[in-house]
Design a binder for this molecule. Structure first.
Ligand code: ZN
Length: 172
């Protein structure tokens, strides 16, 4: 059985077996229509090291997820980063840009920036994106901004209640 997919490089539709697609999904790999597009994707990552290219990472992922609905541009991303001064609006942590091969075991991985859709039902458009810390984006998932702020408040509140006994130190 085949399904229609969107190539992460050329943004064209193509057919692929459902089994292969699901395997890629499990591995968290991006999907390409051809070897040529895989090659271009890898080639495009090296060499360029100007200020804008750090934002390419986010742009490519956004296009990969939303296709042509993702109308944000490199300039929008640059402006957004400047506007929030590279600070995560939830955790107030100073963010740093993600590398292509993101490793969750990196030291201080919580500083890695991740592009969040404030309203996850809307596409990647300039009014709907902001940079947040990677762990925040993982915790936020498809929840709303309000629900995520609530979660932060709950964690902070519970954490500060020192009287809450830690089960790890109280079991037999
Ligand atoms: Zn392609």
């Amino acid at each position: 059985m085949t399904i229609t997919l969107l190539c992460c490089r050329c943004l064209k539709n193509f057919e692929r077996s459902k089994i292969l697609y699901e395997k890629n999904l499990r591995l968290g790999k991006r999907i390409f229509c051809s070897r040529s597009c895989v090659g271009k994707d890898q080639g495009g990552q090296t060499g360029k090291k100007n200020k804008r290219s750090v934002f390419n990472y986010y742009l490519e992922r956004a296009k990969c997820r939303n296709g042509k609905e993702a109308t944000i541009t490199l300039t929008d991303l640059q402006k957004q980063w400047k506007k929030q001064r590279g600070i995560c609006p939830y955790s107030k942590i100073a963010l740093r840009h993600a590398k292509k091969q993101r490793k969750l075991k990196d030291e201080r991985w919580w500083e890695v920036a991740s592009l969040d859709k404030m309203d996850s039902k809307e596409p990647y458009i300039k009014e709907n994106v902001e940079f947040v810390g990677l762990p925040i984006n993982l915790a936020k998932n498809s929840n709303s901004k309000t629900a995520t702020i609530e979660l932060m408040d709950v964690i902070k509140e519970r954490f500060e209640l020192e009287k809450i006994e830690d089960y790890r130190f109280n079991s037999v």
